[in-house]
Design a protein around this ligand. Structure first.
Ligand SMILES: [Zn+2]
Length: 348
């Protein structure tokens, strides 16, 4: 039995003992958890009991944004040892699946992902995990930062899909955790200026503070002005090279084509709960390139390297911390979408 944060059913969370069957296989490591981030998906399972076809039908441990320390290694593990500080890529594909063989392991339909029903997540003292999806972190990256690699990976994967060019201007729609990690990823990929659209002035202020050079990040409160007007005025009517749609909001998402330049790229990162209709003729007039992102693939080592080099600093995004004993409160707090709060983390 282990003590874990268990989602029993919609709106019913308990910190309680639960039976978890975990054998250490030859290619696994056992990890003592240090920090676990609260993700929008965890909160959505809590408030709605499911996401799309993934329905919580039996008690499930939440959490998938994690860092920790290796405390045991399987007999065939050579790249990790006891005491290594690590973070984990929470989706484990079948390496022989057709998608994996094509390099798109994140799209393997059989992927096993933490805290996606019926798979238990990692809000518990220890986990057994495949060493191949466990990444060593350098001394100058904290456990808190390492637990941010998971959301950061989404933004970095988005910039890879966008094929950012040096000096690009980008728009990020939505200043939640994924929007803000995408802002950081966009600069690290070479963007020179990023506009951020949201309706929460606290999040916009935080976004602007991420700028290494004042003015290179422009927050746009879309309650009072349109992102299209602002970007077009600043670019002589040309538009932004890339638009990252990170809101997942069905009303906001189709607007991503409006501030785009001819030949630009819209990357859909935020996951809407329903279909989104967009202006195909308008997008055609610009020959817009459209990309989609589902989680990430092949970017964990890049994220860790950029944190270590200082190219990306995620620390300002960690706005709230709770001890493990108060993880139910952490979720109750997260469910209220507190203003100015970006990433809530649980200290294990
Ligand atoms: Zn997440």
């Amino acid at each position: 039995m282990v003590k874990a944060l268990v989602l029993e059913e919609k709106l019913k969370l308990n910190l309680r003992d639960i039976e978890v069957d975990e054998q250490l296989g030859p290619r696994d490591v056992r990890i003592q958890m240090k920090t676990v981030g609260v993700c929008g998906s965890d909160v959505h399972y809590y408030t709605h009991g499911g996401i799309g076809k993934f329905i919580v039908r039996e008690p499930m441990i939440l959490g998938h944004e994690a860092s920790g320390v290796v405390i045991e290694t399987g007999s065939e593990v050579s790249h990790l040892k006891v005491g290594d500080r690590v973070c984990m890529e929470p989706g484990i594909p079948d390496p022989n699946s057709r998608a994996s063989r094509l390099g798109m392991y994140n799209l393997d339909p059989a992927v096993v992902f933490w805290a996606t029903p019926p798979v238990h997540g990692c809000l518990r003292p220890t986990v057994v995990f495949p060493a191949d999806y466990t990444f060593k972190i350098p001394d100058n990256v904290s456990f808190e930062e390492a637990a941010m690699v998971e959301p950061l990976a989404v933004g970095v994967h988005g910039t890879v899909k966008a094929r950012v060019m040096p000096g690009d201007t980008a728009v990020v729609i939505g200043a939640g955790p994924i929007g803000l990690v995408t802002v950081l990823a966009a600069f690290a990929a070479g963007c020179a200026k990023v506009y951020v659209a949201d309706v929460d002035e606290g999040k916009l202020a935080l976004a602007e503070k991420l700028a290494k050079v004042p003015g290179s990040i422009v927050g746009v409160d879309v309650r009072s002005k349109s992102i299209e007007d602002v970007v077009m005025a600043d670019t002589d009517g040309w538009g932004a090279d890339i638009v990252f749609e990170c809101s997942g909001n069905e009303k906001a998402a189709p607007g991503g084509f409006k501030p785009l330049r001819p030949g630009g790229c819209v990357v859909f990162i935020g996951m809407p709960l329903h279909d989104v209709a967009y202006d195909v003729p308008g997008a055609a007039l610009k020959e817009a390139r459209v990309e989609h992102v589902f989680r990430y693939a092949h970017v964990y080592p890049r994220c860790i390297a950029m944190m270590a080099s200082g190219a990306i600093d995620v620390k300002p995004l960690i706005t709230d911390k709770f001890p493990f004993e108060k993880s139910v409160e952490a979720f109750e707090y997260a469910a209220t979408s507190p203003k100015g709060s970006v990433k809530i983390q649980i200290d294990m």
